[in-house]
Design a protein around this ligand. Structure first.
Ligand SMILES: Nc1nc2c(ncn2[C@@H]2O[C@H](COP(=O)(O)OP(=O)(O)OP(=O)(O)O)[C@@H](O)[C@H]2O)c(=O)[nH]1
Length: 314
């Protein structure tokens, strides 16, 4: 009995010693990342993010969040601290870009809806000149290539030339064009296109909207009406990758006005560093699913978070 108790006490003692030895060994093989290491690193990172077109506020916020994660981190002694910190930044940015992100198969969704006698309706939003019209043409091309003839609804009855531009794209990719005269109600153009798609069995309707300055109250009201009438499956915000700081304002405004489902980031080929992607996702917590990478119809790619972050930090 006494022996048994003694053995138990001894065993506890041995375990305690083992724990102390293990901790000491760990201490000898690891080091703690200090506030000083992190401060220097994050100062450089802040500059790098801003130079890569991340909006200033977003960059500052990111850096603060990273500081919390990094100070006090245990890393192997002798390891390259900077490399480890860079790895952590890469991880954090990829995590951010994966907010709500998924592989989306619009063609399968369109086919599925079509079987139920309904077209897949996508409304495109964005300010002037971001590449909305070109993006719609690229989507139309994608559907056409997959064997679905899309209907393009030119619900931009505001800008001179918008109808002609889209009609030309529709002809080139083999899509059906539904337009309206200048000044006509854009919601009715969208409605007509959807009715036409339903009655003739087209599986997709792509709705263009006037490229509005997000400060224009009347145009935003008009946009809400288009969305109310069209009841789209997706509201897609088109953002120019070269926009920088203003992209945050645009994204927030459209998201608050009508709700954005996902974003297409255009002109990614034109020396874009990728920072706009970070700012937009951080601002509205909606994913960027596609990148526009050129002016040709086939220049539309799925966004890959790892690839984009690698480019951003290169
Ligand atoms: N390099 C490059 N250029 C693009 C891309 N997407 C669009 N563009 C170009 O950007 C310019 C503006 O594109 P549009 O599609 O007319 O822009 P929009 O947003 O429809 O313009 P509004 O109708 O005025 O609102 C055109 O010269 C396009 O060829 C892209 O991914 N890469």
């Amino acid at each position: 009995m006494v022996l048994k108790r003694l053995r138990k006490v001894l065993q506890g003692f041995v375990e305690k010693v083992e724990r102390v030895v293990q901790k000491a060994a760990e201490k000898a093989t690891t080091k703690t990342i200090s506030e000083k290491d992190v401060d220097e690193f994050l100062q450089d990172l802040l500059m790098e993010l801003i130079e890569s077109d991340v909006a200033f506020e977003t960059a500052e916020k990111l850096v603060e969040e990273l500081r919390k994660r990094l100070v006090g981190l245990q890393v192997p002694r002798g390891a390259d601290t900077r490399k480890i910190l860079e790895g952590k930044v890469h991880e954090a940015l990829v995590e951010l870009l994966k907010t709500g992100w998924r592989h989306i198969d619009l063609v399968s969704e369109a086919k599925e809806k079509c079987r139920r006698g309904e077209p897949l309706v996508i409304v495109f939003l964005g300010v002037n000149g971001v590449g909305k019209t070109t993006t719609i043409a690229k989507f139309a091309y994608m559907f056409k290539k997959a064997g679905l003839t899309p209907v393009i609804a030119a619900a931009d009855t505001f800008r001179a030339g918008a109808q002609e531009q889209l009609r030309l794209h529709a002809e080139r990719v083999g899509a059906v064009f539904v337009g309206g005269r200048y000044g006509a109600d854009p919601a009715s153009v969208a409605y007509d296109a959807i009715q036409m798609a339903k009655s003739r069995g087209y599986c997709v309707v792509l709705v263009d909207t006037a490229g509005r300055m997000h400060t224009d109250i009347d145009l935003m009201e008009e946009l809400r009406k288009i969305v109310r009438v069209a009841k789209p499956d997706y509201k897609v915000l088109v953002v120019d990758a070269l926009t920088g700081n203003d992209a945050v304002e645009q994204a927030k405004f459209f998201d608050e006005a009508v709700g954005v489902d996902f974003v297409v980031l255009t002109k990614f080929d034109a020396d874009a560093k990728g920072g706009t992607a970070i700012s937009v996702v951080d601002a509205i917590k909606k994913p960027i699913l596609f990148l526009g990478v050129g002016q040709r119809y086939e220049d539309l790619e799925p966004m890959e978070p790892e690839k984009l972050v690698a480019k951003l930090l290169s």
